[in-house]
Write a protein that binds this ligand. Structure first.
Ligand code: SF4
Length: 366
């Protein structure tokens, strides 16, 4: 089976692990990929669900690793080859002078990405009527697995260690949305400036579109190299139902912000996450992607993965064929436009671990 099809299958079905302690800690709760583990297949590192309900019944099984850390992966007992797991990063063993473990400040995503949620609270998460139904930003905080507000100096300290000890090559800074017109841009800028003063590390910021476009210049001047503003869902009615708080910022406002951001960060350095499998059709996602690509925005389409404890915890992942019907033409659109994940300076599009998209891109380029 081609690697991109296998990744689609694994991200849809998840995997069962004979040894759940294999690799480094999987994430539970929080923003971004959760209930996942990083797995390396054919030299591509992807996030695969391991703690979700479908994963417990997956036909894919990863066996105990051999002495070299390689594990057999099987489907219904049939050997498919070998996978491996990124090892626990060394910076996880360190703590700040006031005793906060580094892994509560930032974590390793994929193979070489340092990821943090600068502000672990969100105005959209205050009540179940407003919260994004797929989001677990409050869960890791409630469980004591992270701290609410990572200070710029903490982030700088951890980023420097992660570069020096573990060779991370870029950083993702996301944030819950605070009250205020900047929608998180201000704390991202402060955090990026501190990190850049400590270590030369490309940074992607992720926030809702600020109300004033001047924040794009401020974020760029502070050291943010690439920006993500995440639509999540493209169909307005679905947005209103599944993310009622965030949907108060309409799709057209995102598109205005994308245009302004591209003029500051450059073509291909602005991106958006689209969660496939929440009701948007293949046609809607491809039409939105076409419009985004024409503006110079990279549409990072990822399969929705339900997170335990969220209102959508029982919502199914999209079938692998549905993802193929999106990612195959999308990769060709990207190829035709000259937008490439490998040209993104930092962030989810460059990491690519939450989707098979970058593997499709490589196939489209071959
Ligand atoms: S694609 Fe983004 S959210 Fe997913 S593992 Fe990579 S950096 Fe993290």
């Amino acid at each position: 089976m081609p690697t991109e099809r296998l990744i689609n299958e694994l991200q849809s079905f998840g995997v069962r692990l004979v040894d759940p302690k294999i690799g480094h800690e999987s994430r539970r709760g929080g923003a971004g990929p959760s209930d996942h583990k990083a797995i390396t297949i054919d030299e591509v590192t992807v996030m695969v669900p391991v703690h979700t309900a479908p994963a417990f019944e997956s036909p894919y099984l990863v066996e105990k690793p051999d002495a070299l850390g390689r594990s057999r992966i099987t489907r219904d007992g049939l050997n498919l080859g070998e996978v491996s797991f990124p090892t626990r990063p060394r910076f996880y063993d360190l703590s700040t002078p006031d005793g906060v473990p580094y892994w509560k400040i930032a974590v390793l995503h994929g193979r070489d990405v340092l990821a943090t949620t600068v502000l672990q609270t969100c105005i959209r998460y205050q009540s179940r009527t407003k919260t994004c139904q797929f989001c677990a930003i409050g869960q890791s905080l409630a469980a004591g697995r992270t701290v609410e507000r990572k200070t710029p100096s903490q982030l700088a300290e951890v980023a420097k260690a992660a570069v020096e000890l573990d060779g991370v090559t870029h950083m993702v800074m996301t944030t819950g949305t605070p009250a205020g017109r900047d929608r998180g841009a201000a704390i991202l800028a402060d955090s990026a400036a501190a990190v850049k003063a400590a270590v030369d590390l490309p940074i992607q910021g992720q926030c809702e579109p600020p109300e004033d476009d001047v924040w794009f210049e401020r974020m760029k001047a502070a050291g943010i190299d690439a920006l993500g503003m995440h639509l999540e869902i493209a169909t307005p009615e679905l947005r209103a139902r599944l993310m009622p708080g965030k949907a108060q910022v309409p799709v057209e406002s995102y598109f205005k912000a994308f245009a302004a951001a591209v003029s500051v960060f450059g073509r291909g350095q602005v991106s958006t996450y689209i969660l496939a499998g929440l009701g948007d059709t293949v046609e809607v996602i491809l039409a939105a992607s076409q419009r985004l690509i024409a503006m110079g925005v990279y549409p990072f389409v990822v399969p929705f993965v339900p997170i335990s404890g969220t209102p959508l915890e029982s919502h199914p992942t999209p079938p692998p064929g549905f993802m193929h019907d999106i990612l195959d033409p999308l990769a060709r659109m990207l190829r035709a436009s000259g937008l490439r994940s490998t040209d993104i300076k930092a962030g989810c599009g460059r990491c690519g671990a939450c989707s098979a998209l970058s593997t499709y891109e490589r196939g489209a380029a071959a």
